[in-house]
Design a protein around this ligand. Structure first.
Ligand SMILES: *[C@@H]1O[C@H](CO)[C@@H](O)[C@H](O)[C@H]1NC(C)=O
Ligand SMILES: *[C@@H]1O[C@H](CO)[C@@H](O)[C@H](O)[C@H]1NC(C)=O
Ligand SMILES: *[C@@H]1O[C@H](CO)[C@@H](O)[C@H](O)[C@H]1NC(C)=O
Ligand SMILES: *[C@@H]1O[C@H](CO)[C@@H](O)[C@H](O)[C@H]1NC(C)=O
Ligand SMILES: *[C@@H]1O[C@H](CO)[C@@H](O)[C@H](O)[C@H]1NC(C)=O
Length: 660
């Protein structure tokens, strides 16, 4: 690591003041006081400090310019969070290009000290013990000067390098084995990727041959799958449901089905049968698929069944899996399964009978597996968001291209629209305001859903409205996500989200990282407290940008839909393909990490939503969406978790309004 001079060049800070006398004097003063603090901190840490350094290095990365509150509050977090900045391997090559500012000096100074002094893995306990001393100092430095997150990331990366090296042998048993990497049971599978004459190299999937009680039997008893909906018609056509007639000319003539929003269990499993690189030899497999209908299983028992009934199939499954030779290869970490329901149905918090759902996702075995669900938990690492099914399931590329072309050419008469019901019981819901604005605006269109007969339940009415609108509003429902977001994008309608949990932190495999390329974000609070006009906000977007966004949405269509599982698209990757590739990438990366002795010990599950949003080389730290995902501190996680299970319960009730 190259070290910069510990003294900031004053001109850096002065630059901004040129041409303005007063500011430059203030700058001079600021610089002087910064020097003062630099010196003080240097003295404090390096001369007196001993082991106090790591936390101060960790403070700086949190110093996002936007919010100095965060910097002050940051040290309050426990020693666990001091770990997070060190998580990902860094690019160390950038130091020269970095603009020198004083507070970064400190962190670099101090972190290089870590390198020299930190001999043991005690790191975090020590650092937290000094928090009270260091926090006021470093935060005052930050508020005086303009900080640049980029730089601080790099300084923290110094910590990464120096501490990781020492922690690995202590914490991770696999590092012992790492000296002879050829011994891992998955080496053969990894090596298939190097075989140039094998088009499936590195992509093989092994599918467990589960007893029918875990899948097929549930379909035979489809009447029991829902108290209110006869699911039998929705399990027809390989899970697509009954075909939709195209009487009003809204759909295309083929490829449209009245698909139930919770049918992904079956669709995915049938789609897997078309996967081009299935193998019967599990030693070649890049990942192992478990065709358990987890969503259908719990759907049978959500209402009026005791917890032992609700948990029975999950326990049975993990018991069955653990006895298979495939399990022992990675303790199940290469296994994945699919549930077309929201994650909260599988995260029962306690053994209390009145608590919601089963505990599948809390079982130790399931914590090792990856579960793909239509809504994942921002605070957990073993579930991943995949798209809800839409009504469109094309059987060939040409059907997709034709649909895309049609969506490009449509004339859209409404600026925005909303299909949904108010949530009068939920004081925090912004749906009431959105519905009001749709009613009052001459450019907004509303399809109100209520109990009983309503156009809101007719696929053709919904899709027709989306065809006719430039923007489609997608506020949270009972839980973060809505199927409607996918129906809207399928219609080439640009989604407007009000909470990052509704899509941006959910479908990171399927949607672009930069959400402004395909959607509009209006934070809920702008509606709730600032009385922002949606009409105004949306009409301010320049037409050429609207065109660009719509084109992006339309280009996304193939990867957001599930192709007809009974055939296969020739070249286009559908939602299934994207998900499977992402699972393979994840398992492959884990395997390479193991063979190369890297560990992921610093991963903090509680903020798992942040990791997928990181740009290359970025570290986790403060994020502007933190307030959306913060959990109440005092009473543990009770509030937000209770809200989540309440959401699951309500979403089930509301499900009954559809497809009735
Ligand atoms: C490479 O792949 C081809 C085609 O699947 C196969 O026949 C061959 O045995 C593989 N080679 C090795 C070294 O595994
Ligand atoms: C749970 O319900 C099932 C039948 O629905 C019953 O056989 C079983 O004894 C019950 N278990 C407990 C612990 O109450
Ligand atoms: C989960 O994985 C870890 C590490 O690979 C392993 O030690 C553990 O036994 C696995 N858990 C289960 C229930 O198999
Ligand atoms: C994200 O996309 C928007 C719109 O295309 C663009 O203006 C912006 O620069 C992009 N941001 C990043 C970080 O790439
Ligand atoms: C919110 O704004 C609308 C017009 O955009 C206005 O009619 C309404 O009175 C405002 N409400 C409040 C509480 O400010």
């Amino acid at each position: 690591m190259r070290r910069r001079l510990p003294i900031t060049s004053p001109s850096d800070t002065m630059d901004k003041g040129y041409g303005k006398n007063k500011p430059s004097r203030i700058c001079l003063l600021a610089t002087l006081s910064v020097f003062f603090w630099v010196f003080l901190l240097y003295f404090h840490f390096v001369v007196l400090g001993g082991s106090t350094v790591s936390e101060s290095a960790e403070l700086i990365p949190a110093s996002s310019v936007r919010d100095s509150r965060q910097i002050v509050s940051r040290p309050m977090t426990t020693s666990r969070s001091s770990i997070d900045v060190r998580n990902e391997p860094k690019d160390f090559g950038n130091f020269d290009s970095v603009d020198t500012r004083s507070e970064n000096k400190i962190s670099e100074e101090s972190s290089s000290f870590v390198k020299q002094s930190n001999g043991e893995a005690k790191y975090s306990e020590e650092s937290s013990s000094v928090v009270s001393q260091s926090d006021t100092e470093s935060s005052s430095v930050v508020t005086q000067s303009t900080s640049e997150p980029k730089i601080s990331d790099e300084s923290s990366s110094v910590v990464t390098q120096s501490t990781d090296a020492q922690e690995l042998p202590v914490r991770n048993p696999t590092t012992n084995v790492a000296e002879k990497p050829k011994d891992f049971p998955f080496m053969k599978a990894l090596r298939t990727a190097e075989n140039k004459s094998d088009p499936c190299g590195g992509r093989y999937i092994f599918v467990h041959d589960l007893p029918p009680r875990f899948n097929e039997d549930m379909l035979k008893e489809c009447r029991s799958l829902s108290l209110w909906t006869n699911m039998c018609k929705f399990t027809t056509n390989a899970g697509l449901g009954p075909p939709l007639e195209n009487e009003e000319g809204v759909f295309s003539n083929t490829g449209w089905y009245a698909t139930n929003q919770f049918a992904v269990d079956v669709i995915f499993n049938n789609r897997m049968k078309q996967y081009e690189c299935l193998t019967k030899d599990s030693s070649l497999a890049a990942a192992v698929f478990v065709p358990f209908y987890a969503g259908f299983d719990i759907a049978r028992y959500l209402w009026g069944y005791n917890i032992s009934t609700r948990d029975a199939a999950s326990l049975d499954l993990v018991d069955w899996l653990a006895k298979r030779p495939e399990w022992s290869v990675m303790g199940g970490k290469d296994h994945f399964l699919v549930a077309g329901r929201i994650t909260w149905d599988f995260r029962r918090l306690s053994e209390t009978e009145t608590d919601w759902g089963n505990k599948l996702l809390f079982l130790p075995a399931a914590k090792n597996m990856s579960m793909l669900v239509v809504e994942s938990s921002p605070w957990n690492a073993n579930d991943f968001g995949i798209p809800y099914p839409t009504y469109f399931h094309p059987a060939k590329d040409a059907d997709v291209f034709m649909w895309q072309d049609r969506m490009r050419k449509l004339e859209r008469n409404w600026l925005f629209c909303f299909a949904g019901a108010p949530r009068p019981d939920n004081p925090k819901s912004i749906r009431g305001k959105i519905i009001d604005e749709c009613r009052q605006s001459r450019v907004g269109k509303l399809l109100e859903c209520d109990f009983g007969e309503s156009k809101c339940h007719s696929p053709s009415s919904i899709m027709q409205m989306f065809h006719n609108s430039v923007f489609c509003l997608q506020p949270q429902g009972d839980s973060y996500t809505r199927r409607s977001a996918f129906d809207a994008m399928l219609a080439g309608c640009i989604p407007v989200f009000f909470h990052p949990g509704s899509a941006y932190v959910q479908y990171t495999w399927h949607l672009p990282k930069n959400y402004s390329t395909y959607s509009v974000f209006i934070p809920e609070d702008d509606i709730r407290t600032k009385n922002v006009s949606i009409t105004q906000r949306l009409s301010m977007i320049p037409p050429e940008q609207v065109l660009k966004m719509r084109e992006e949405v339309i280009n996304l269509i193939p990867r957001l839909i599930y192709a007809d599982p009974r055939s296969k698209l020739e070249t286009q990757k559908d939602a299934f393909d994207v998900a499977v590739q992402a699972v393979i990438n994840k398992v492959t990366k884990l395997r390479k990490d193991i063979t190369e002795g890297r560990t992921n010990d610093n991963f903090i599950e509680e903020i798992s939503w942040k990791y997928d949003l990181l740009e290359e080389g970025q570290e986790v730290g403060y994020h502007e969406w933190d307030p959306f995902f913060s959990k109440p501190k005092n009473n543990g996680n009770a509030d937000s978790d209770a809200a989540s299970t309440e959401a699951a319960k309500n979403s089930w009730k509301n499900e009954q309004r559809q497809h009735s």
